[in-house]
Design a protein around this ligand. Sequence first.
Ligand code: NAP
Length: 293
Amino acid sequence: MPAIIDGKATAARCNEETARDIAALQTQGITPGLAVVLLGEHPASQAYVRSKDKTCRELGMHSRKLELPASTTQEDLLRLIAELNADPSIHGILVQSPCPPHIDESSVVRAIDPRKDVDGFHPLNVAALAMEDPSALVPCTPLGCLELLRAHGIATAGARAVVVGRSLIVGKPMALLLVAKGTDATVTIAHSRTSDLAAVTREADIVISAIGRPKFLRAEHIREGAVVIDVGINRIDDPADARGYRLVGDVDFEAVAPKCRAITPVPGGVGPMTIAMLMRNTVRACRVLRGEK
Ligand code: NAP
């Protein structure tokens, strides 16, 4: 039987630690603050933003949820970011993706003060991660995946890891974290042009999938005894569900789990960890902005 890696429970433990850190800062008169900006009414994004706001409040953090119309101009958005950069009650800023098509997300990310870039998408933070600079703010989802491996005693040193997906949000930073000194995995990054993906992933002790295709990785992709971290969140129609759909990962859980040493479920795996790492990043950003190491 595989171990099911319980992201909800792990995230709850991380959040308890973060709540203690926040309480300690509050004794010095400081409350870490996170601003989340959402443009438009994308239902999944609204749900993510609600969840981030709720977790902030539960942990005792100051939360500003800024819901703006989809018609907001680039200029207005940049003006808002400049205000948040200058606001001493805000230590973390994120703009929920995807933005409406008229917004240039790359220049929006560059406008965020890198010290408040709790998503870790600013070029200075990307470079700092690549340089293994400990001051880097690291993207929350790959950070959450690494934390899941650590919390479940899964050794990475010398392990062969295959990351499927090369996005800036998940795949690339995941590979950088895994290959960094101290984590020491031997890393392969696969993508849509990889030939014979199954032969590549079957080599892996650890497979991390961030593709965005429902149940794409099947039993033939995974070798006996591998650890599988499924980042994918995909909606599939399900008339039996009251919502008419359900969420599944990139991995065909039923087919793959029996072969695994350990595997994350979807939902309840990586998802809760992403929010827990966002909270942790915001507290770190708060400390750095106050001049602490
Ligand atoms: P993305 O930007 O669309 O990137 C997807 C990556 O998968 C691309 O690099 C793509 O390759 C690769 N890919 C697509 N089809 C493939 C195939 N058939 N074989 C091999 N590789 C393939 O997506 P993302 O933002 O990284 O997100 C990936 C998934 O993770 C989505 O389901 C998303 O919802 C989920 N996600 C979850 C969380 C969480 O908190 N759990 C956070 C972020 C994202 P190319 O580069 O060649 O196109």
